[in-house]
Each structure stands twice: as C-alpha cells, then as structure tokens.
Ligand binder design. Sequence first.
Ligand SMILES: Cc1ncc(COP(=O)(O)O)c(C=O)c1O
Length: 474
Amino acid sequence: MNLQQLSAALSARLEAFQQSPPEGRGATVRLAPMGEIADSLALNQGLHEGLGGDGVERFLDAYLGYVTRLHSESFFAHQTAPPNPGSTAAALIDGAVSNPMAIFEMGPAAATIEYALINRLLSLIGWPAPPWPEQRQTDDRYAAGVLVHGGSLGTLTALVAARTRVQPDLWERGNDPRLCLICAAEAHYAVQRAAGIMGLGRRQILHAASDARGALTAAGVAAALRSARAEQRLPIAVIATACSTSVGAFDPLDEIAAVCAEYGVWLHVDAAHGGAALISPALRGRLRGIERADSVVWDAHKMMRTGPLATAVLYRDEQACNAAFEQEASYLFHAKELPGFDFLHRTIECTKSALGLKWYLALAWEGEAAVARYIERCFALTRYAWERICADADFVAAVEPEANILCFRPVAATGQELRLRDRLISEGEFHLSTTLFAGSRWLRIVVMSPSTDEQTIDRLLERLRGLAATDNTD
Ligand SMILES: Cc1ncc(COP(=O)(O)O)c(C=O)c1O
C-alpha cells in the first residue's frame, strides 16, 4: 500500500471519527486500564510481525476507541483546541516532508512561514516586525521571536533571555545568588519549573499580592519590587498572566507595565492561553498594555485551532531575543553567503519541526477572522454558562469569567468535586476538570469545541444537578 492509498484509507476513518460520536459510553473519552488498551492495539504483535497498510488501518480503528474526543460538543476538560482541517493538513505534510527547519537549509519554506507568522503575531501585539532578511538595513531595530514546542519551553526560553539581560556574564559565571523572579501565586507551574531548571529555588520566587480573581495588581507588584530592592535582590522579571489557567483572569498589563518601567525590570507576559484574544477586535482590549511587555509567550494549540503543539516566544527587542543563548556548534553556526534565516540561536531546541506550518494553515484554512469568531463564541458560551449559574440557587461560580474558563460547583455537592467529576467522566458523555482556587476545589470547564452550544451547557448543568442530588445517597 503506498502513501496515497494509506492516507485515503486513514482519512476516511478520521473524517468519520470527527463527524460522528460513537454510540453510548465513551462519547468524549473512555478510560480503561493500560493493559487492556495495549491488548486492543495489539502492540506486541505489531512489533514482531509488522503492520503494513492493512494493519495500520486496523490499528487506527482500535486506537480511535480510546482517544479523547476534542471535537465532541461535551468536551470541556482542558485548554486544547480541536485542530481544524488546515492544522491536520499541516501535520500530514510535516509528517511526510519532515523538515527540521531551525536552520534555513533544512526547510526553506517552513522557515519562511515561521518568519512571516512571527511577524504577523508581532504586529498583532503592536510591535515593529522586521522586513525579509535580505531587505534589512543593518542599523534598524525591530521586535523578534521564535516558535518552540510548547508554553512550558516558551516560558523557560523567555526567562533565560531575561536573565541574560540582567546578568550578561551568566554563561561564564553561573547564577548570581541575588537573582529572583516575581509572579502571582496563581502563575502557571511552568514558571516554577523554568525557575528550577534555571537553578533558582522556591525562595527565589517572590509571590506578589493578587486580587480576588487571583490576578496580579500593580500595587502588589510595586510592593514586591520594593522589598526585592530593599533586600538587594536582582529581579530577572515580573511574570504577568493573560489569562490564568485556573479561572481565566487577565492581569492588568498596562498598570503592571508602568510599575516595571519605573523599576527598570523586564516584564514577561504569559499569554499562552489568552494571547489568542489579540486576533479578535472585540476581545483584544483584555490584553491592553501587552505592547509594553519585554517578552510574550503565546500558544497556538490552546485557542488557535492548531494541534499540539506550537508556541510563539516574542520579544519587543530583537537584541534580547538574539542574545538569549551563546552556545556555538561549528557544524551549524558559520558565516554563509546563502539566502534565508536561521532560528537556531533563538531556541533551546536544535531539531525543531515545522511549527509555523501548523499555525499558519490553521489560520489560513478559513482565514483569521474565522478563528477570531471561534474564540469569541467560546468566550460568549462561557459567559452564558456563568449567567445560568448566577440565576440558579443550586450552583455557585468562583468568579465572573473573562475568557472561556469557568470554575463553579453545585452547592449540594460542595467538597465532593473530585467524586462528581469521576462519576461524570465514567458516564462517558461529559468531560471536565477540577482545580483548586482561593483555597477550595471547583469544577472547571473550558469551552473549546466548535460544536458546543447553549443546549450542551444546559444539559451539563442538569446532569450535574442530578448527580449532586444523589451524591450522598448511592
Ligand atoms: C497560562 C499558561 N501558561 C503556560 C502553560 C503551559 O503551556 P504548555 O502546556 O503548552 O506547556 C499553560 C498550560 O495550560 C497555561 O495555561
């Protein structure tokens, strides 16, 4: 079976999978013991006997029995967009062509797309995007960026760049013990992880005071910077979030940027989830002030209809982007007369897939405005859920949603959120998550699927009401 026959056979199955949920249980996810899944997939048999084309078709049938269905209208669990056909096409193309394009000679089309896509993202933030490399005048200064494999890696990349600016001799001498980071307690754990990888302990992460939404306040950031100064610490960056993972709260970026400017401290904005709002004229105001940041992380796989994973790390000043790393490899880094642009010096990764291709084709499938409408619809449906909850004495919400993330619970099952979620998931239809927020656990929905509508949300609330009412009796 050649590639054309194989891809035709597989795409017929994948199309059917996306269009029609299976009967009964397992509409969103079917959780089974791993041994059972491995047997169904005949994993060992494949390794010993080889699959061939027919075998891969059978394998896909079994595989689809145990997947998490992001396209399902009742998928509310996590911040992962169902890819649109443009993104799926990109995965197929990249899978077949396989161009590790961090150096131009290993994927000129992919590198050109990444360059152009980054420029589009820079201009959405409000930063000057550079012209094509061959048209540059040497003394012009622009913003810059790079695509990396995920928001966690993106956070590490941006914070390494910030540290290089604060301590330029870092690669020679190692960390100055006075280094610290400032963020909210609600910041994504990627920040703490990046700090640890960079050699900073928990004591070097200062939590600035936040408001009832868990969002940073300018006064809290100013107080943290004042005490850092008094203790002669060396802040690498203030990390603001747009929007938070738990409840989708946007930090007041404009006000925080003013404080950072006053103290001369790098402002990093974790817009992994909420950066997507920048493409909607109606929603972009939620990130007011983002253009004053020094660096921004923005995930495509959260809200841009792009499959996992692609993250932009964007910098207001290209100098900071280019100076982040200083390692050299003589087989890759050398003077060239040839055209193009190498991204290698901007990333932790050496081999890097064609991430721009995925992001670009997801946007270009129906055009940017269609993705903007999808994001607006997800945000609006979340507000609908919140309004329903506010009007219903059986439910309570944690905070008013600002994005497509909402924390709430049935009053009758307070304290039983984990059990409630387990029961809901094992029924098979709805899939949601829980989180700790403001000292207690909440059910958490993220409206991500384009097929979710008001009736889906009504049915979810009714099902939860029913489960909560029986929670202590069965
Ligand atoms: C605000 C925020 N930052 C960073 C991340 C980490 O991104 P990734 O999952 O792409 O590593 C997440 C993931 O949910 C997030 O919500």
